[in-house]
Design a protein around this ligand. Sequence first.
Ligand code: ZN
Length: 148
Amino acid sequence: MTCDKFRLQIMEYLDGELGPEEHQEVERHLAGCSACRSELDSLQKLKEITSGMQFAQPEEEVWKMYWEQVYNRLERGLGWVLASVGAIILLAYGAFHFIRDFLLRSGEPLLLKLGVCAAVLGAVILFISVLRERLFIRKTDKYKEVEK
Ligand SMILES: [Zn+2]
């Protein structure tokens, strides 16, 4: 193989588009020709730089955004699960003590007991209502995102 023929095939060689026989021929020439080796070297570097500018960086940013979104969703999901579990435990614990200590054991008048019952029940209903509203808003937000 001559240096001229090598220069015609150098780009195909770099892109890995040569057939196995041509590829071997190029490698044989490279092994014995330092001028073509250094030319291949500089072309390779140039190729890395240009492909780095065109593809690697935007791709990296796209992945970064993608993972940030995934992380945000996980974070919010986990936050909601923990908040819900915590609220349920607190409510159950509070209800248990409320029934045992206040309604069954204390000597307060019946009217006061009924009043406290109504206030607590109202607060629980409001809490559940707000929670449902939040969940509903989150769902409609998701649909808006899909539409975009
Ligand atoms: Zn050569």
